[in-house]
Design a protein around this ligand. Structure first.
Ligand code: IPM
Ligand code: MG
Length: 354
């Protein structure tokens, strides 16, 4: 099975973590029928400095002609906010990647790294955020003046239906008992439409329980009783915020993974963290967010939950032997980005060989 994977390394620690993602893909191709061809698609702040655009036409063409995109992180501290980052928006909008899938699963071995007291963690954390990824405030419609500024929050029925349907189908596939919808229907028109559609569509999934929670209350329940959530579906801006909260609950932002997906089309897989200029070049960034994004790539783009599971188990086993500094443990060796990647790659190798 030949697959072309576009690679955007990006800025800061992006290239370091992407290398470890590629390492995992190479192990898979060595021990299975997959055959990967990697094609560079540079984007971000360094590229902007060189070419005056954060996403050169050639890069976007490469991405469009590939099966998927593995993306590191972009952003540079000496550029104004957004100058590099807007490349992500161009890709999401340009490829109509309407699903942003962001799991927040706390491995048992990392329980001590969760900032919550054990009584709040309860039976554990295994939540998948399904964030709408093309509409809402991210339509980028508005104006910026000296004395006032505005952004339009815009949702369509089609836009709500397709993301809510994805969330219910995802929950069904994972045997989730409940889908939670997060909105602000006590204030926003867009949320009133969203909630109406959520209820209409829940009728097609009578075996799945549903609940609605306002965004402000949800941020509280997420730290108070995270174990009650499974699939959580929400709009673009709210999803941006609560998925960062979720990523921190699993031990470190460096563990957060994501897929920007249009089912059946070219999709983009990226860690949740940014370019982390403070640690860039030191070889200490946690590559697990990227490696788990590769896991989502197998599940969602290559329809291979088996390989996804093997990657997941390889990560879990590796975490019992060594850790990067952000999740370090006194009794375990502290590893560099590359060493962490090697350890996971070796675990995966023995699984795929078996
Ligand atoms: C994310 C990021 C982006 C977003 C930024 C970089 C524009 O925070 O992927 O969550 O807001 O979507
Ligand atoms: Mg974000």
């Amino acid at each position: 099975m030949k697959k072309i994977i576009a690679i955007t390394r990006g800025d800061g620690c992006g290239p370091e973590v992407v290398n470890e993602g590629i390492k995992i893909l190479k192990i898979v191709s060595e021990f299975t029928d997959y055959d990967f061809e990697f094609k560079d698609a540079p984007a971000g702040g360094e590229v902007w400095k060189q070419y005056g655009t954060n996403l050169p036409e050639k890069s976007f063409e490469t991405i469009k002609k590939s099966d998927t995109l593995l993306f590191g992180a972009i952003g540079l501290p000496d550029l104004p906010p957004g100058v590099a980052e807007s490349a992500i928006m161009k890709i999401r909008q340009g490829l109509d990647l309407y699903v942003n899938l962001r799991p927040a699963k706390l491995y048992d071995v990392l329980r001590e790294k969760c900032p919550l007291k054990s009584e709040f963690i309860g039976s554990g954390i295994d939540i998948t955020f399904v964030r709408e990824n093309t509409e809402g405030l991210y339509k980028n419609v508005g104006s910026l003046g000296e004395d006032s500024a505005e952004n339009l929050m815009f949702y369509t029925r089609d836009g709500c239906e397709r993301i809510i349907k994805f969330a219910f189908e995802f929950a069904k596939k994972r045997n989730h008992k409940i889908v939670t919808s997060v909105d602000k229907a006590n204030l926003l028109n867009t949320s009133k439409l969203w909630r109406k559609i959520f209820h209409e569509m829940s009728g097609n999934y009578s075996n799945i329980e549903t609940e609605d929670i306002y965004i402000d209350a949800f941020t509280q329940w997420l730290i108070r009783a995270p174990h009650r959530f499974q699939t959580v579906v929400t709009g673009n801006m709210f999803g941006d915020i609560i998925s960062d909260e979720g990523a921190f609950l699993i031990g470190s932002l460096g563990m957060g993974s994501s897929g920007n997906i249009h089912p059946g089309k070219v999709s983009m897989y990226e860690p949740i963290h940014g370019s982390a200029p403070d640690i860039a070049g030191k070889g200490i960034a946690n590559p697990i967010g990227t490696i788990l994004s590769v896991k989502i790539m197998f599940e969602e783009s290559f329809n291979s939950s088996e390989i996804g599971n093997e990657i997941d188990h390889a990560v879990e086993e590796a975490l019992q032997e060594g850790r990067t500094v952000d999740i370090k443990s006194k009794s375990l060796e502290t590893l560099s980005t590359m060493e962490m990647g090697d350890l996971i790659a070796n675990k995966l190798k023995s699984k795929l060989k078996a």
